[in-house]
Design a binder for this molecule. Sequence first.
Ligand SMILES: Nc1ncnc2c1ncn2[C@@H]1O[C@H](COP(=O)(O)OP(=O)(O)OP(=O)(O)O)[C@@H](O)[C@H]1O
Ligand SMILES: [Mg+2]
Length: 328
Amino acid sequence: MFDVITFGSAAQDIFLRLNKKQVIVGKKFTAGKGVCFDLGSKVDVEEIYFYCGGGGINTSATFAKQGLKTAYCGAIGKDLAGEEIIKDLNNRGVAVDFVKEKGKPTNHSIIFNLSQKDRTIIAYRGASELLAREDIPWDKMGSRWFYLAPLSGLACETSKSIINFAKEKEIKIAFNPGTFQISLPGKILSEILSKIDILILNQEEASFLTKIPFIKEKEIFEKIDKMCPGIAIMTKGAKGVVASDGRYFYSANVLKTKVVDKTGAGDSFGAGFVSGFIKANGDIGYAMQLGIANSASCLQQWGAKNGLLGEGDNWEKVKIKKLKYEKS
Ligand SMILES: Nc1ncnc2c1ncn2[C@@H]1O[C@H](COP(=O)(O)OP(=O)(O)OP(=O)(O)O)[C@@H](O)[C@H]1O
Ligand SMILES: [Mg+2]
């Protein structure tokens, strides 16, 4: 019996530090700025780092560091990156019994980092997308919790089977859906959301799900509370975190920290929150504090798994504001 089984992508992340002069301003870019290279040129980079990543792997790393009995369930390719992922999981004490080799290369992400705020990710979505119902050894999936990180492609459909199975077996579910999952047909999505115990979204995802601008927090939460009976959380990058359990509204600022690399912010917050929730028997305030501290610690180092907080580490607790939820 595991404490947590995580689902989501497994990837080889390649981090490159680019020069500011590679950024150009232009109306053609959605963000008003783009990364640019001379055609046919060779571009030198001064820093490069390789780490295994992907939401399923990143979150399993936090759970294992927090002393929880953890397994990862997902797909890799028959390649070097896949071998590295297995080695990394083994080193971290995450069980690899549910890792499946599929017929596409392992997912890869090339992450161009320019400054604290600016980064561009070029992603190859490979084997992780192919995880199918048949790949999961259901009779061995005993766990107290399932954590579902973003998934796309075929595996996005598989989410529904994973969630239905969990509900049937009384396994608690934490869900951090990606845009692909939020874009599932309305009927499937509402069936999924009605079974979630902890729903974690960033501002853009919360807004995309509810079709309400993200500054209208109260309206967003009222709508999410109707779709999902569990705890709903909205992370707001450097601007803090808000959560609701339908009775109280919780909010907190983030810890002020230097940001070396933002990759893994969402995963380290989500897995930190759920670890805190498990360890403190459902204390939302404590869970938020651990999520915030874990993500702040992750952002101080390159990669999505370096700097994660371990059991017994000292960490700073932010102040939590708790207000009675006045529904309109
Ligand atoms: N600049 C920052 N300083 C301190 N903490 C931060 C900062 N940015 C993010 N965090 C922490 O990380 C959490 C998650 O960040 P964010 O809301 O950007 O998630 P996300 O958009 O899902 O990230 P990701 O791109 O990793 O999926 C925040 O709630 C906060 O606790
Ligand atoms: Mg995210």
